[in-house]
Design a protein around this ligand. Structure first.
Ligand SMILES: [Zn+2]
Length: 407
C-alpha cells in the first residue's frame, strides 16, 4: 500500500492537527471496509440495509462514536453516529447504503457484488454510488476519533437507507424528524471529489391524453390518443427543449426535459383512447415546479386544440422542488476548498445535475454541499467501479473538512 495517494509527508502546508488526523487514516482498513460493504447486497427495492448499516456502525462505535439507529421501517435502519462536543458547531456527513438493481447480469464482466480489484479499481454495484462516499465518511470519522485531536464541535456521520427510490424512509425521514440539526451538511455523491454547491430541481410531470376507441379498421370513427400524444411530443422537442437550453446558470448544466416513459394503446386492432407520458424536467435556479407544469400544459393544449374528440391533462406525478445552492462564502465551502487545495484536488465550484438526499437539508436552509469520490456517469451502469486513489483522497478530504470546522 501507499502508492495509491501521495505520502502525507509530501503534502504542503498541513497543520499539525491536519497531519495527525490524516495519519490516523488506515488505507488498508479503508479498502477492506469498502469491499466488505460492496459485498453486502443492498438492492432497492426491496432496500434491506440492516447488514450494511451494522457494517458502518461497528468501526464508528469502536472508535468512540455514540451511535443511534433510527427507522420508520424495520428493514431500512438509518445510522446517526455522533462524536465530539455538541455545544459547538455541528457538521453532518450523509450518504446512502442502498443501491439500484444490477440490471442484465450478462452485461457485467465483474461479479456485481464481488468487489473485485483490477488496475487500482474496485468493481461492483454501489462501488461508487454510494458506498465509496459512505466508506470515506465512516473512515474519516474513525480517523478523527482515533487521532485524539481536541474537538470544539461535533461530527455526525449519518448513513441512510432508501435514497434510490426517493429517500422517504431515509434522509427525508431523518431530516424531518430532526434527529440532529447540523450547521453544515456534506452529502456524499459522485462529484470526482469536486465541490457541488447544490443540485438541480425537478418537476416530475405526467401528460395524459384521452381519445375515443373505435375498430382499427374504422379509424375515422375514433380519436387516436397515441397519435395525438405523438404530436405533443414533437411539439415539446421543437418548441420547448430549445427554450430550456437557453435557461442557463454558471454552476449548473442548462435546464432540461426528456420524455422518459410512454404508456398507451389497448389492442392491435383498436384505436387507442388513452396515452400517457412521463416528462423528466430538471430545473435550474429561478424555475418553479408549478410554473413548469403550466408551460407543458400550454403547449399540450395548443397541440390538441384542433383535434376533435381529444383532451389532455398535465400534472405533477409527485411533488418536485426548486434547485438548491449554498452561498460560496459559507464556512463549509471554505473548509472543503481548503481541503482540496491541500490535497491537490479540484477547487472549482460546480453544481450537481442529479437529485440527492442533500435537498432535504438544503431546503431547510442548512448549508449543504455535495462532495464525493467517483464519476456520476458510472452510477447505475454495469461494471460500476471506484478508483482506490479517489476513495482514499475523499477520505482525506472529508477528514480535513471536519478538522477545519470542528477542531
Ligand atoms: Zn447515490
Amino acid at each position: 500500500m501507499g502508492d495509491w495517494v501521495p505520502d502525507i509527508a509530501d503534502l504542503p502546508r498541513l497543520s499539525a492537527i491536519e497531519r495527525t488526523v490524516l495519519e490516523a487514516i488506515d488505507e488498508e482498513e479503508t479498502i477492506a471496509f469498502h469491499r466488505g460493504l460492496v459485498r453486502i447486497p443492498t438492492v432497492n427495492p426491496p432496500g434491506d440495509v440492516r447488514q450494511a448499516i451494522a457494517w458502518c456502525e461497528r468501526p464508528l462505535r469502536d472508535s468512540g462514536f455514540s451511535t443511534e439507529i433510527v427507522a420508520t421501517d424495520d428493514i431500512m435502519p438509518n445510522l446517526v453516529a455522533r462524536f465530539g462536543n455538541e455545544n459547538g458547531p455541528v457538521l453532518g456527513f450523509n450518504a446512502h447504503v442502498d443501491v439500484v438493481p444490477i440490471g442484465e447480469r450478462g452485461a457485467w464482466r465483474h461479479e456485481p457484488f464481488g468487489a473485485e480489484i483490477e488496475d487500482g479499481r474496485i468493481y461492483g454495484r454501489g462501488a461508487g454510488d454510494d458506498k465509496a462516499s459512505v466508506t470515506a465518511q465512516v473512515m474519516a470519522g474513525v480517523a478523527l476519533a482515533r487521532s485524539g485531536v481536541p474537538m470544539i464541535g461535533q461530527l455526525i456521520v449519518n448513513e441512510v437507507a432508501d435514497e434510490e427510490v426517493g429517500g422517504f424512509k431515509g434522509a427525508k425521514f431523518v431530516s424531518e424528524q430532526a434527529f440532529f440539526t447540523p450547521d453544515f451538511m456534506i452529502v456524499g455523491e459522485q462529484t470526482f471529489n469536486g465541490i457541488s454547491l447544490g443540485e438541480k430541481g425537478s418537476s416530475p410531470t405526467e401528460i395524459a391524453v384521452r381519445g375515443r376507441t373505435a375498430h382499427g379498421a374504422l379509424p375515422w370513427e375514433g380519436a387516436n390518443a397515441i397519435e395525438a400524444m405523438a404530436e405533443i411530443i414533437v411539439a415539446l422537442r421543437r418548441e420547448y427543449w430549445p427554450v430550456l437550453a437557453t435557461r442557463t446558470n454558471p454552476i449548473f448544466h442548462p435546464s432540461s426535459g426528456s420524455v422518459n416513459l410512454f404508456e398507451g394503446g389497448v389492442k392491435a386492432n383498436v384505436v387507442p383512447d388513452s396515452a400517457r407520458v412521463y416528462v423528466d424536467r430538471r430545473l435550474v435556479p429561478g424555475e418553479q415546479p408549478d410554473e413548469v407544469v403550466k408551460e407543458i400544459e400550454t403547449i399540450a393544449l395548443a397541440v390538441v386544440a384542433d383535434m376533435p374528440g381529444i383532451s389532455v391533462t398535465v400534472g405533477e406525478v409527485f411533488p418536485g422542488g426548486v434547485a438548491t445552492r449554498t452561498p460560496e462564502d459559507s464556512p463549509l465551502v471554505s473548509a472543503m476548498l481548503n481541503a482540496n487545495t491541500r490535497l491537490g484536488l479540484p477547487t472549482t465550484l460546480g453544481g450537481f445535475s442529479m437529485a440527492t438526499d442533500g435537498r432535504f437539508w438544503a431546503r431547510q436552509g442548512i448549508p449543504t454541499i455535495i462532495y464525493g469520490p467517483g464519476d456520476p456517469r458510472l452510477a447505475h451502469v454495469p461494471d460500476e467501479w471506484i478508483g482506490i486513489d479517489e476513495l482514499l483522497q475523499a477520505t482525506r478530504a472529508y477528514a480535513l473538512a471536519a478538522v477545519a470546522l470542528l477542531t
